[in-house]
Unconditional design. Sequence first.
Length: 81
Amino acid sequence: PLTRVWCLFEFFLSSRQHLDLVFVTNAGVVGDDGCSSFDVALEMGKKIESLQVETCEASSEEDKKNIFQYIISELGSLERM
């Protein structure tokens, strides 16, 4: 989870627009009654905290390059994401 550059890019754009984020796992939508596991939320938090966009994968190298260029133009570097 959260290893694809497009997913992180959507996360980035959503946060820049102050949009609500919804995370869906095999157990369901995080925070819903059917998926209220503290362990799931804790693991997602750990994953988000340690994300490094430069190590993410993409099926299209051109997409990855363009996303990286956009992030750099907005934040100054990939490390700041």
